[in-house]
Write a protein that binds this ligand. Structure first.
Ligand SMILES: Cc1cc2nc3c(=O)[nH]c(=O)nc-3n(C[C@H](O)[C@H](O)[C@H](O)COP(=O)(O)OP(=O)(O)OC[C@H]3O[C@@H](n4cnc5c(N)ncnc54)[C@H](O)[C@@H]3O)c2cc1C
Length: 403
Protein backbone atom coordinates (compact mmCIF):
# COMPACT_ATOMS: atom_id res chain seq x y z
CA UNK A 1 0.00 0.00 0.00
CA UNK A 2 1.40 3.40 -1.00
CA UNK A 3 1.52 5.14 2.37
CA UNK A 4 2.93 8.67 2.58
CA UNK A 5 6.67 8.26 2.51
CA UNK A 6 7.93 9.05 6.01
CA UNK A 7 10.09 12.11 6.01
CA UNK A 8 13.44 11.30 7.48
CA UNK A 9 14.51 14.80 8.46
CA UNK A 10 17.16 16.47 6.31
CA UNK A 11 17.69 13.48 4.05
CA UNK A 12 15.33 14.48 1.26
CA UNK A 13 16.95 17.41 -0.58
CA UNK A 14 14.84 19.14 -3.19
CA UNK A 15 15.25 18.33 -6.85
CA UNK A 16 16.22 21.97 -7.54
CA UNK A 17 19.89 21.41 -6.79
CA UNK A 18 20.22 23.89 -3.93
CA UNK A 19 20.28 21.10 -1.36
CA UNK A 20 17.32 22.61 0.46
CA UNK A 21 14.95 20.18 2.17
CA UNK A 22 11.56 20.76 0.50
CA UNK A 23 9.82 20.12 3.81
CA UNK A 24 12.12 22.45 5.75
CA UNK A 25 12.96 25.31 3.38
CA UNK A 26 13.99 27.67 6.19
CA UNK A 27 16.22 25.11 7.93
CA UNK A 28 14.21 24.93 11.15
CA UNK A 29 15.94 21.65 11.88
CA UNK A 30 19.36 23.28 11.76
CA UNK A 31 18.29 25.67 14.51
CA UNK A 32 17.42 22.83 16.88
CA UNK A 33 19.62 21.68 19.73
CA UNK A 34 21.17 18.20 19.58
CA UNK A 35 18.57 16.93 22.06
CA UNK A 36 15.69 18.38 20.02
CA UNK A 37 17.03 16.78 16.84
CA UNK A 38 17.48 13.46 18.58
CA UNK A 39 13.90 13.50 19.86
CA UNK A 40 12.59 14.34 16.38
CA UNK A 41 14.61 11.56 14.78
CA UNK A 42 13.57 8.89 17.27
CA UNK A 43 9.87 9.74 16.95
CA UNK A 44 10.17 9.89 13.14
CA UNK A 45 11.71 6.39 13.21
CA UNK A 46 8.91 5.15 15.46
CA UNK A 47 6.26 6.55 13.12
CA UNK A 48 7.96 5.03 10.10
CA UNK A 49 8.38 1.59 11.67
CA UNK A 50 5.31 1.27 13.89
CA UNK A 51 2.59 3.69 12.81
CA UNK A 52 2.63 3.95 9.01
CA UNK A 53 2.49 0.19 8.37
CA UNK A 54 -0.80 -0.17 10.30
CA UNK A 55 -2.53 3.19 10.34
CA UNK A 56 -4.55 2.95 7.14
CA UNK A 57 -6.14 -0.32 8.21
CA UNK A 58 -6.78 1.08 11.71
CA UNK A 59 -8.56 4.01 10.06
CA UNK A 60 -10.61 1.69 7.86
CA UNK A 61 -11.45 -0.61 10.79
CA UNK A 62 -12.32 2.32 13.09
CA UNK A 63 -9.73 0.97 15.55
CA UNK A 64 -7.35 2.77 17.88
CA UNK A 65 -4.04 0.84 17.95
CA UNK A 66 -3.78 0.29 21.71
CA UNK A 67 -0.78 -1.95 21.11
CA UNK A 68 1.28 1.22 20.47
CA UNK A 69 0.75 2.58 24.00
CA UNK A 70 3.65 0.69 25.66
CA UNK A 71 5.93 1.77 22.80
CA UNK A 72 4.89 5.43 23.11
CA UNK A 73 5.57 5.16 26.84
CA UNK A 74 8.95 3.47 26.34
CA UNK A 75 10.01 6.40 24.14
CA UNK A 76 9.08 8.81 26.96
CA UNK A 77 6.31 10.45 24.92
CA UNK A 78 3.62 10.43 27.63
CA UNK A 79 3.81 13.54 29.81
CA UNK A 80 7.13 14.27 28.10
CA UNK A 81 7.39 17.89 29.25
CA UNK A 82 6.64 17.26 32.92
CA UNK A 83 9.47 17.16 35.48
CA UNK A 84 9.73 14.22 37.88
CA UNK A 85 7.21 11.39 38.40
CA UNK A 86 9.03 9.26 35.77
CA UNK A 87 8.38 11.90 33.07
CA UNK A 88 11.04 12.93 30.57
CA UNK A 89 11.17 16.67 31.44
CA UNK A 90 11.71 17.75 27.82
CA UNK A 91 11.36 21.35 26.66
CA UNK A 92 8.46 22.80 24.66
CA UNK A 93 10.24 22.50 21.31
CA UNK A 94 10.75 18.77 21.92
CA UNK A 95 7.07 18.36 22.78
CA UNK A 96 6.17 20.21 19.57
CA UNK A 97 8.46 18.01 17.49
CA UNK A 98 6.96 14.88 19.08
CA UNK A 99 3.49 16.09 18.05
CA UNK A 100 4.69 16.96 14.54
CA UNK A 101 6.25 13.56 13.93
CA UNK A 102 3.30 11.63 15.41
CA UNK A 103 0.79 13.56 13.32
CA UNK A 104 2.89 12.90 10.23
CA UNK A 105 1.64 9.37 10.91
CA UNK A 106 -1.93 10.18 11.90
CA UNK A 107 -3.79 12.82 13.94
CA UNK A 108 -5.27 10.00 16.06
CA UNK A 109 -1.89 9.03 17.52
CA UNK A 110 -1.01 12.65 18.26
CA UNK A 111 -4.48 13.15 19.79
CA UNK A 112 -3.94 10.21 22.14
CA UNK A 113 -0.60 11.61 23.30
CA UNK A 114 -1.99 15.17 23.57
CA UNK A 115 -4.90 14.10 25.75
CA UNK A 116 -2.82 11.85 27.97
CA UNK A 117 -0.02 14.42 28.35
CA UNK A 118 -1.54 17.90 28.16
CA UNK A 119 -5.15 17.37 29.16
CA UNK A 120 -4.83 14.76 31.89
CA UNK A 121 -1.27 14.53 33.24
CA UNK A 122 -0.60 18.29 33.02
CA UNK A 123 -3.59 19.32 35.22
CA UNK A 124 -2.74 16.63 37.78
CA UNK A 125 0.84 17.94 37.77
CA UNK A 126 -0.16 21.63 37.89
CA UNK A 127 -3.22 21.54 40.17
CA UNK A 128 -3.15 18.14 41.88
CA UNK A 129 -2.25 17.21 45.45
CA UNK A 130 1.02 15.41 46.12
CA UNK A 131 -0.96 12.20 46.72
CA UNK A 132 -2.78 12.57 43.35
CA UNK A 133 0.50 13.19 41.52
CA UNK A 134 2.15 10.16 43.12
CA UNK A 135 -0.86 7.95 42.47
CA UNK A 136 -1.40 8.80 38.82
CA UNK A 137 1.57 10.42 37.08
CA UNK A 138 4.21 7.64 37.11
CA UNK A 139 1.70 5.03 35.96
CA UNK A 140 0.36 7.37 33.27
CA UNK A 141 3.91 8.05 32.05
CA UNK A 142 4.43 4.28 31.77
CA UNK A 143 1.17 3.93 29.83
CA UNK A 144 -0.32 1.68 32.55
CA UNK A 145 -3.15 4.14 33.16
CA UNK A 146 -4.96 5.98 30.37
CA UNK A 147 -6.60 9.34 31.01
CA UNK A 148 -9.28 11.46 29.37
CA UNK A 149 -10.46 15.05 29.74
CA UNK A 150 -14.19 15.71 30.03
CA UNK A 151 -15.10 19.33 29.40
CA UNK A 152 -17.40 19.44 26.33
CA UNK A 153 -21.10 18.81 26.88
CA UNK A 154 -23.88 18.03 24.40
CA UNK A 155 -25.35 21.54 24.58
CA UNK A 156 -22.25 23.30 23.21
CA UNK A 157 -18.50 22.95 23.53
CA UNK A 158 -17.70 26.52 22.52
CA UNK A 159 -19.40 27.85 25.63
CA UNK A 160 -18.02 25.77 28.52
CA UNK A 161 -19.12 28.35 31.10
CA UNK A 162 -22.68 27.17 30.39
CA UNK A 163 -21.80 23.80 31.90
CA UNK A 164 -24.68 21.63 33.15
CA UNK A 165 -22.67 18.88 34.82
CA UNK A 166 -22.66 19.72 38.51
CA UNK A 167 -21.18 18.50 41.76
CA UNK A 168 -22.92 18.78 45.13
CA UNK A 169 -21.24 18.26 48.47
CA UNK A 170 -22.53 15.35 50.56
CA UNK A 171 -20.62 15.19 53.83
CA UNK A 172 -16.94 14.95 52.86
CA UNK A 173 -17.73 13.61 49.37
CA UNK A 174 -19.15 15.03 46.16
CA UNK A 175 -22.04 13.75 44.07
CA UNK A 176 -21.74 14.36 40.32
CA UNK A 177 -24.50 14.34 37.71
CA UNK A 178 -24.37 15.23 34.02
CA UNK A 179 -22.86 14.11 30.73
CA UNK A 180 -19.92 14.86 28.47
CA UNK A 181 -19.65 14.56 24.71
CA UNK A 182 -16.85 13.95 22.18
CA UNK A 183 -14.30 12.80 24.75
CA UNK A 184 -11.06 11.45 23.26
CA UNK A 185 -9.93 8.20 24.95
CA UNK A 186 -13.26 8.30 26.90
CA UNK A 187 -14.15 4.60 26.72
CA UNK A 188 -10.59 3.29 27.18
CA UNK A 189 -9.64 5.64 30.01
CA UNK A 190 -8.82 4.32 33.47
CA UNK A 191 -9.26 7.78 34.92
CA UNK A 192 -11.47 10.62 33.66
CA UNK A 193 -10.74 14.20 34.60
CA UNK A 194 -14.28 15.58 34.62
CA UNK A 195 -14.93 19.30 34.96
CA UNK A 196 -18.13 20.06 36.88
CA UNK A 197 -19.84 23.13 38.29
CA UNK A 198 -19.88 23.56 42.08
CA UNK A 199 -21.40 26.43 44.09
CA UNK A 200 -17.88 27.95 44.21
CA UNK A 201 -17.24 27.55 40.44
CA UNK A 202 -15.85 24.91 38.11
CA UNK A 203 -13.68 22.16 39.66
CA UNK A 204 -11.77 19.18 38.26
CA UNK A 205 -12.73 15.69 39.54
CA UNK A 206 -10.60 12.57 39.03
CA UNK A 207 -13.00 9.69 38.51
CA UNK A 208 -11.80 6.10 38.25
CA UNK A 209 -13.52 4.12 35.51
CA UNK A 210 -15.19 1.65 37.86
CA UNK A 211 -16.86 4.34 40.02
CA UNK A 212 -20.55 3.37 40.44
CA UNK A 213 -22.79 5.56 38.24
CA UNK A 214 -19.98 6.43 35.79
CA UNK A 215 -20.17 5.05 32.25
CA UNK A 216 -18.63 5.74 28.84
CA UNK A 217 -20.02 4.89 25.43
CA UNK A 218 -17.92 5.01 22.28
CA UNK A 219 -19.20 7.24 19.48
CA UNK A 220 -19.32 5.16 16.31
CA UNK A 221 -19.77 5.96 12.60
CA UNK A 222 -17.22 8.81 12.62
CA UNK A 223 -15.79 9.84 9.24
CA UNK A 224 -12.86 11.57 10.96
CA UNK A 225 -10.22 10.42 13.45
CA UNK A 226 -11.34 6.87 12.89
CA UNK A 227 -8.16 5.52 14.50
CA UNK A 228 -8.98 7.43 17.69
CA UNK A 229 -11.45 6.58 20.46
CA UNK A 230 -14.12 9.24 21.00
CA UNK A 231 -16.83 8.70 23.63
CA UNK A 232 -19.71 10.16 25.55
CA UNK A 233 -19.45 10.08 29.35
CA UNK A 234 -22.44 9.73 31.70
CA UNK A 235 -22.48 10.61 35.38
CA UNK A 236 -25.43 9.37 37.39
CA UNK A 237 -25.01 10.21 41.08
CA UNK A 238 -21.28 9.41 40.98
CA UNK A 239 -19.77 9.65 44.44
CA UNK A 240 -16.32 11.26 44.37
CA UNK A 241 -14.24 11.53 47.57
CA UNK A 242 -12.92 14.99 48.31
CA UNK A 243 -9.32 13.77 47.90
CA UNK A 244 -10.11 13.12 44.21
CA UNK A 245 -10.81 16.81 43.52
CA UNK A 246 -7.92 18.86 42.07
CA UNK A 247 -7.22 21.25 44.95
CA UNK A 248 -5.16 23.81 43.03
CA UNK A 249 -7.69 25.46 40.75
CA UNK A 250 -11.28 26.71 40.68
CA UNK A 251 -13.05 28.25 37.68
CA UNK A 252 -12.78 28.14 33.92
CA UNK A 253 -9.07 28.95 34.03
CA UNK A 254 -8.49 25.32 35.10
CA UNK A 255 -9.63 23.64 31.87
CA UNK A 256 -8.55 26.60 29.73
CA UNK A 257 -4.96 26.39 30.94
CA UNK A 258 -4.89 22.68 30.01
CA UNK A 259 -6.29 23.52 26.57
CA UNK A 260 -3.52 26.09 26.06
CA UNK A 261 -0.96 23.30 26.57
CA UNK A 262 -2.73 20.91 24.22
CA UNK A 263 -3.42 23.54 21.54
CA UNK A 264 0.29 24.34 21.55
CA UNK A 265 0.94 20.72 20.55
CA UNK A 266 -1.68 20.90 17.80
CA UNK A 267 0.09 23.93 16.29
CA UNK A 268 3.08 21.65 15.66
CA UNK A 269 1.20 18.43 15.01
CA UNK A 270 -0.72 19.61 11.98
CA UNK A 271 2.55 20.61 10.30
CA UNK A 272 3.44 16.91 10.23
CA UNK A 273 0.14 16.04 8.54
CA UNK A 274 0.69 18.76 5.91
CA UNK A 275 4.28 17.63 5.31
CA UNK A 276 3.13 14.04 4.80
CA UNK A 277 0.67 15.23 2.15
CA UNK A 278 3.20 17.44 0.35
CA UNK A 279 5.86 14.71 0.43
CA UNK A 280 3.49 12.30 -1.28
CA UNK A 281 2.47 14.92 -3.84
CA UNK A 282 6.07 15.75 -4.75
CA UNK A 283 6.66 12.08 -5.53
CA UNK A 284 3.38 11.67 -7.37
CA UNK A 285 3.66 14.75 -9.59
CA UNK A 286 7.24 13.82 -10.51
CA UNK A 287 6.13 10.51 -11.99
CA UNK A 288 2.54 10.94 -13.12
CA UNK A 289 2.73 11.62 -16.87
CA UNK A 290 -0.07 13.53 -18.59
CA UNK A 291 0.01 15.27 -21.98
CA UNK A 292 3.44 13.72 -22.57
CA UNK A 293 5.25 15.08 -19.51
CA UNK A 294 5.29 14.68 -15.74
CA UNK A 295 2.65 16.72 -13.93
CA UNK A 296 5.42 18.55 -12.04
CA UNK A 297 6.49 20.24 -15.31
CA UNK A 298 3.27 22.29 -15.42
CA UNK A 299 3.28 25.85 -14.13
CA UNK A 300 0.00 25.61 -12.26
CA UNK A 301 1.12 22.43 -10.50
CA UNK A 302 4.37 24.13 -9.48
CA UNK A 303 2.48 27.20 -8.26
CA UNK A 304 0.26 25.01 -6.11
CA UNK A 305 3.22 23.06 -4.71
CA UNK A 306 5.09 26.31 -4.07
CA UNK A 307 2.08 27.71 -2.25
CA UNK A 308 1.98 24.64 -0.01
CA UNK A 309 5.68 25.02 0.78
CA UNK A 310 5.12 28.71 1.58
CA UNK A 311 2.29 27.94 3.97
CA UNK A 312 4.12 25.05 5.66
CA UNK A 313 7.21 27.22 6.10
CA UNK A 314 5.20 30.05 7.68
CA UNK A 315 3.51 27.56 10.01
CA UNK A 316 6.87 26.07 11.02
CA UNK A 317 8.30 29.47 11.90
CA UNK A 318 5.17 30.36 13.85
CA UNK A 319 5.36 27.11 15.81
CA UNK A 320 9.08 27.51 16.45
CA UNK A 321 8.69 31.05 17.82
CA UNK A 322 5.69 29.92 19.88
CA UNK A 323 7.87 27.17 21.33
CA UNK A 324 10.64 29.62 22.18
CA UNK A 325 8.05 31.86 23.91
CA UNK A 326 6.71 28.85 25.82
CA UNK A 327 10.16 27.77 26.94
CA UNK A 328 10.88 31.31 28.17
CA UNK A 329 7.58 31.39 30.09
CA UNK A 330 6.21 34.27 27.99
CA UNK A 331 3.66 32.43 25.82
CA UNK A 332 0.15 33.96 25.92
CA UNK A 333 -3.10 32.08 25.13
CA UNK A 334 -3.94 34.52 22.30
CA UNK A 335 -0.64 33.65 20.60
CA UNK A 336 -1.62 29.98 20.80
CA UNK A 337 -5.03 30.80 19.31
CA UNK A 338 -3.46 32.52 16.32
CA UNK A 339 -1.12 29.59 15.65
CA UNK A 340 -3.85 26.98 16.17
CA UNK A 341 -6.11 28.82 13.72
CA UNK A 342 -3.38 29.46 11.14
CA UNK A 343 -1.73 26.05 11.26
CA UNK A 344 -4.92 23.97 11.25
CA UNK A 345 -6.27 25.99 8.31
CA UNK A 346 -2.93 25.57 6.53
CA UNK A 347 -2.93 21.78 6.98
CA UNK A 348 -6.59 21.34 6.10
CA UNK A 349 -6.25 23.37 2.88
CA UNK A 350 -3.06 21.56 1.88
CA UNK A 351 -4.57 18.12 2.50
CA UNK A 352 -7.58 19.02 0.37
CA UNK A 353 -5.43 20.48 -2.43
CA UNK A 354 -3.21 17.38 -2.40
CA UNK A 355 -6.29 15.20 -2.60
CA UNK A 356 -7.35 17.12 -5.70
CA UNK A 357 -3.94 16.90 -7.38
CA UNK A 358 -4.00 13.12 -7.00
CA UNK A 359 -7.09 13.06 -9.19
CA UNK A 360 -9.32 10.04 -8.73
CA UNK A 361 -6.53 8.25 -6.88
CA UNK A 362 -6.89 10.93 -4.22
CA UNK A 363 -10.08 9.38 -2.90
CA UNK A 364 -8.36 6.02 -2.44
CA UNK A 365 -7.02 4.73 0.84
CA UNK A 366 -3.84 4.02 -1.12
CA UNK A 367 -2.86 7.66 -0.57
CA UNK A 368 -2.59 9.53 2.71
CA UNK A 369 -4.08 13.01 1.94
CA UNK A 370 -7.75 11.94 2.14
CA UNK A 371 -7.14 10.36 5.57
CA UNK A 372 -5.29 13.45 6.81
CA UNK A 373 -8.01 15.68 5.31
CA UNK A 374 -10.77 13.80 7.13
CA UNK A 375 -8.81 13.81 10.38
CA UNK A 376 -8.06 17.52 10.13
CA UNK A 377 -11.79 18.26 9.99
CA UNK A 378 -11.79 17.24 13.67
CA UNK A 379 -8.54 18.97 14.52
CA UNK A 380 -9.78 22.30 13.17
CA UNK A 381 -12.90 21.91 15.37
CA UNK A 382 -11.67 20.47 18.65
CA UNK A 383 -9.92 22.47 21.33
CA UNK A 384 -11.65 25.61 20.08
CA UNK A 385 -13.17 25.93 16.64
CA UNK A 386 -11.56 28.14 14.02
CA UNK A 387 -14.22 30.80 14.66
CA UNK A 388 -13.60 30.82 18.41
CA UNK A 389 -9.85 31.33 17.85
CA UNK A 390 -10.53 34.10 15.33
CA UNK A 391 -12.82 35.78 17.86
CA UNK A 392 -10.11 35.40 20.50
CA UNK A 393 -7.73 37.36 18.27
CA UNK A 394 -10.50 39.89 17.58
CA UNK A 395 -10.90 40.38 21.34
CA UNK A 396 -7.15 40.74 21.73
CA UNK A 397 -7.06 43.47 19.06
CA UNK A 398 -10.15 45.43 20.08
CA UNK A 399 -10.64 44.74 23.75
CA UNK A 400 -14.26 43.69 23.05
CA UNK A 401 -15.42 40.09 23.50
CA UNK A 402 -17.77 39.08 20.67
CA UNK A 403 -18.51 35.66 22.14
C1 LIG B 1 -12.95 13.99 17.44
C2 LIG B 1 -13.19 14.95 18.56
C3 LIG B 1 -12.52 14.79 19.77
C4 LIG B 1 -12.77 15.64 20.84
N1 LIG B 1 -12.14 15.43 22.06
C5 LIG B 1 -12.52 16.16 23.15
C6 LIG B 1 -12.01 15.85 24.45
O1 LIG B 1 -11.16 14.98 24.61
N2 LIG B 1 -12.47 16.54 25.52
C7 LIG B 1 -13.42 17.53 25.38
O2 LIG B 1 -13.80 18.11 26.40
N3 LIG B 1 -13.90 17.85 24.16
C8 LIG B 1 -13.49 17.20 23.05
N4 LIG B 1 -14.00 17.49 21.81
C9 LIG B 1 -15.04 18.51 21.69
C10 LIG B 1 -14.59 19.76 20.95
O3 LIG B 1 -13.70 20.51 21.73
C11 LIG B 1 -15.88 20.52 20.57
O4 LIG B 1 -16.49 19.78 19.52
C12 LIG B 1 -15.61 21.94 20.12
O5 LIG B 1 -15.17 22.74 21.20
C13 LIG B 1 -16.88 22.59 19.52
O6 LIG B 1 -17.97 22.39 20.36
P1 LIG B 1 -19.32 21.82 19.73
O7 LIG B 1 -19.00 20.60 18.95
O8 LIG B 1 -20.31 21.67 20.81
O9 LIG B 1 -19.79 22.94 18.70
P2 LIG B 1 -20.60 24.28 19.06
O10 LIG B 1 -19.98 24.93 20.23
O11 LIG B 1 -22.05 23.94 19.13
O12 LIG B 1 -20.33 25.17 17.77
C14 LIG B 1 -21.06 25.00 16.55
C15 LIG B 1 -20.59 26.06 15.53
O13 LIG B 1 -20.92 27.35 16.03
C16 LIG B 1 -19.78 28.20 15.97
N5 LIG B 1 -19.85 29.18 17.06
C17 LIG B 1 -19.91 28.93 18.38
N6 LIG B 1 -20.00 30.09 19.08
C18 LIG B 1 -20.02 31.09 18.16
C19 LIG B 1 -20.12 32.53 18.23
N7 LIG B 1 -20.21 33.17 19.40
N8 LIG B 1 -20.12 33.23 17.08
C20 LIG B 1 -20.04 32.61 15.88
N9 LIG B 1 -19.95 31.26 15.74
C21 LIG B 1 -19.93 30.51 16.87
C22 LIG B 1 -18.59 27.24 16.13
O14 LIG B 1 -17.41 27.83 15.61
C23 LIG B 1 -19.08 26.05 15.30
O15 LIG B 1 -18.83 26.29 13.94
C24 LIG B 1 -13.71 16.69 20.70
C25 LIG B 1 -14.36 16.86 19.47
C26 LIG B 1 -14.10 16.01 18.41
C27 LIG B 1 -14.83 16.23 17.12
Amino acid sequence: MAQAAPHTPATTPSAGGSGLDPLDLYAVRASLSDEERLVQESVARFVEGEVLPIIQSCFEEHRFPKELIPKLAALGLLGSSLQGYDCAGLNAICYGLICQELERGDSAIRSFVSVQSSLCMYPIFAFGSEAQKARYLPRMARGELIGCFGLTEPQGGSDPANMKTHAKKRGKDWVLNGSKMWITNGSIADVALVWAMTPAGMRGFLIDRDAPGFSAREIEHKFSLRASVTAALFLDNVLVPDEQVLPGVTGLKGPLSCLTQARYGICWGVIGAAQACLRQLLDYTATRTLFGRPLAHNQTIQVRLADMARRITAAQLLALQLGRLKDSGAMQPAQVSLAKWNNCRMALDIARDCRDMLGGAGISAEYAPIRHLLNLESVVTYEGTETIHELTIGRELTGFSAF
